[in-house]
Design a binder for this molecule. Sequence first.
Ligand code: GLU
Length: 425
Amino acid sequence: MDNELLNMELLSGPLYKNALKQLDLACTAMKLDPNVAARLKYPKRALIVSVPVRMDDKSIKVFEGYRVQHSLTLGPGKGGVRYHPSVTLSETAALAMLMTLKCSLFGLPLGGAKGGVRCNPNQMSRQEKQNLTRRYTSEISNIIGPDKDIPAPDIGTDEQTMAWMMDTYSQEIGFAVPGVVTGKPLSIGGSLGRTDSTGQGVAYTIMSAAKHLNMTLDKDTTVIVQGYGKVGYSAARKMDKIGCKIIAVSDENGGIYNPKGLDIEAIHKHLTAKKNLAGFPEAQPVTNTELLELKCDILIPAAVESQITEKNAGKLKCKILAEGANSPTTLEADPILFDKGIFVIPDILANAGGVTVSYFEWVQGLQKFFWDEKEVHNRLWNIMETTFEKVLAVHKEYKVNMRTAALISSLQHLSKAMLVRGFFP
Ligand code: GLU
């Protein structure tokens, strides 16, 4: 059978299987040309690298890293780099596919890619992380670049990681190449508003969903956020600013709950000082499983994948589910949520604020002309609102759920580009 090895490897992970099934559903619903659909099932290119790292105790440890380019039809590859113990080729390929669909949905002139190294950054020193990042960048340097593929932060990586990647790539080329990554520090060509952009975008799509559902967002609107990293924290902060009541938040160790509302900035200070949510005053502890099942108006899973499954979907008590994380919901959970009347804002729509501002950063860098924060926010708001409306129109026209609608909308744009470019050779 064709592609046997690739199939075996890619289908070994639940995320890839889930992504393929989602893709299939959308292709069937929109009757996509099967020749186009077949090409989207596999990544265009997948690179596996060994990343030997000198650890602080002078020993050398070899990590496994990946960079997967799912599609380069619309432009250079785009997608984050993940440092996490669960990173695999299959997971990276699934996330690369999601990036293709996300960029196409938002009409960005970018393809889809993803990278990752299987490691635990929480147990590594700053020097070890720098060594890892520099060697990983060097190993993938012949397939990345401002016109080829542009990495960005994801789980376990940040602005500093991007600065090291940019420096390593630039050292190899011989001059500064800021456009090789996005999500960089401002001092080397980063964009204002990039750090908060994913959470900000999640909040913008919630505002659009609330308008569609005739729901007011005020002090009686309760919000729960799972995951208090970059995305969760900025989404919570924005929802708090809009005037909603954040009643529960969590990190990987568990959560805190207070039906009267939580003080977002006090939590941030507590977390910065104690590195843990536990012990936060005036709140009761909850587990991550309990947190998802608490009654609220808006639930934002902003942690890792596969948190909402067929086992707990029936127990959710929210009106809007806004997917801040990539793939937090399994395919089996979708019809259960739909039957319960929960309005799902799917990941490729809800969390695309990050890659959208990455695109703004890339554009500003190419023009060597930088925008103020207000301009970044206004442009982000416009693109998020327009795309939400576009997905809503497909949702009504095809009578499919919002996830399938987002995929159809994305595939309409991508397939047009694939067909007009034609087939090579
Ligand atoms: N890692 C983010 C995502 O999954 C951002 C990617 C980017 O900015 O390229 O969307």
